[in-house]
Design a protein around this ligand. Structure first.
Ligand code: NAD
Length: 285
């Protein structure tokens, strides 16, 4: 039975995953490399649970405190010694993720399952960093995590059915379901989505249309709830760049070349919602 869940990375996804797990009753241990990231995460989780009350009448006034009381915030991987399940949401860079798994493999109990919340990186490649490739799977959560009922689960080359079953049970308790797909970089959703967002950025760069016009066409003509540039801002333009670079590296196919405007915006710190400016402007909390 899963009781203790480790969450690695307290960014956009780690915040949403920790919130959903704690609300579902799990004991959560959230790890990041800086205290500043953890302090920000604590504040955001509190505010996000409070905001839920506006559209979910079952939210009681004590829920924000209750959710926070179930999360331990730490920079020390050592506290994961009793984790039954770990969901890793660190930055979308192989150079960063590759150093995390041998450490987790050393610290976590042998029964512990590792779930990689990655946009594009191969689960089989990550599994090869550990002695438990059979107990690793991809769990590609959608953003914002507390509001999205579906997860794209990825079966690595050695992932067992038992591991998939354990992940399904965890998701069920979080009120979520998954569709299980096979492992190739980008899986289903991001092999399509990252190309779409990158191409939409080329349209703005080439002055074919403004960001507003591109998104309005997608929303009004195709019935999409959100346009590709608004979606890029929500995901984080740095994460989009790292994802498209990971796809380029994995397939050696020029269709995954990142748009120069995307690179320029990331260098300028225009990362979308999380920095307050991307293709559109936002208020940062
Ligand atoms: P983010 O940049 O918002 O957060 C990443 C966090 O990881 C940062 O707080 C950083 O300090 C932390 N980190 C870096 N190295 C670490 C380490 N060694 N140990 C612990 N923490 C470390 O990124 P994000 O948007 O939360 O994305 C996280 C992962 O989830 C990525 O792999 C991304 O591709 C994937 N993902 C993102 C989205 C999205 O919409 N943003 C959706 C699905 C999946």
């Amino acid at each position: 039975m899963i009781k203790v869940v480790g969450v690695i990375g307290a960014g956009v996804m780690g915040i949403g995953v920790s919130h959903s797990l704690a609300q579902a009753g799990f004991q959560v241990k959230l790890i990041d490399v800086t205290e500043a990231a953890l302090d920000k995460a604590k504040e955001e989780i509190y505010n996000n649970v409070r905001m839920q009350a506006f559209f979910d009448k079952t939210v009681t006034p004590d829920l924000p405190e209750l959710v926070l009381s179930r999360i331990a915030f730490s920079t020390d991987y050592g506290i994961l010694h009793d984790a039954d399940f770990v969901i890793e949401n660190a930055t979308e860079k192989w150079e960063i993720k590759k150093d995390i798994y041998p450490v987790l493999d050393e610290i976590c109990p042998s029964h512990c399952v590792f779930a990689v919340n990655t946009s594009c990186i191969s689960i089989t490649r990550i599994g090869s960093l550990t002695q438990r490739a059979d107990r690793i799977l991809g769990m590609h959560f959608m953003n914002p995590v507390p509001l999205k009922p579906m997860v794209e689960a990825i079966r690595g080359h050695y992932t067992t059915e038992e591991t998939i079953k354990t992940a399904r049970e965890l998701l069920k308790q979080m009120d979520k379901e998954c569709i299980v797909v096979n492992d190739m970089p980008g899986f289903v959703s991001n092999r399509v989505l990252m190309l779409t967002i990158n191409e939409a950025i080329f349209l703005v760069q080439d002055q074919v249309a403004t960001a507003e016009e591109v998104d309005t066409l997608f929303k009004t003509c195709f019935g999409h709830k959100s346009g590709p540039l608004e979606t890029g801002d929500l995901i984080g333009l740095d994460t989009i760049l790292y994802s498209i670079e990971a796809l380029y590296e994995a397939y050696n196919d020029s269709k995954y070349r990142p748009c120069p405007l995307l690179k320029k915006m990331v260098s300028a710190g225009q990362l979308g919602r999380k920095s307050g400016q991307g293709f559109f402007d936002y208020q940062v909390s």
